[in-house]
Design a protein around this ligand. Structure first.
Ligand SMILES: [Zn+2]
Length: 87
């Protein structure tokens, strides 16, 4: 394979962690599914299962409404590790 794959492992991180419920206030748990521009990562890249991807999308949208996660990021504010400064 000449092309290097950007996302190598394909497994659901939430299944591995046995997550049954996600809290929108727990922003750290959402970081696996947010890109550096705070977009929701598609399932084809993260390898999340359907069930957890559905949970994630709902939770992230709630977190956005609660201003915990930004809707959009301008070019200036792109960060490599989105949740580093939240702790
Ligand atoms: Zn899962």
């Amino acid at each position: 394979m000449a092309e290097k794959r950007k996302y190598k492992k394909r497994y659901c991180k939430y299944c591995e962690a046995k997550v049954d419920f996600m809290d929108y206030k727990d922003a750290g748990a959402l970081r696996f599914s947010l890109s550096e521009r705070y977009k929701i990562m598609p399932r084809r890249l993260t390898g999340n299962c359907k069930r957890h991807q559905d949970m994630i999308s709902v939770v992230i949208k709630r977190a956005r409404a609660a201003a915990l996660v930004p809707y959009t990021v301008t070019r200036k504010h792109v960060v490599t590790a989105p949740f580093e400064n939240l702790k």
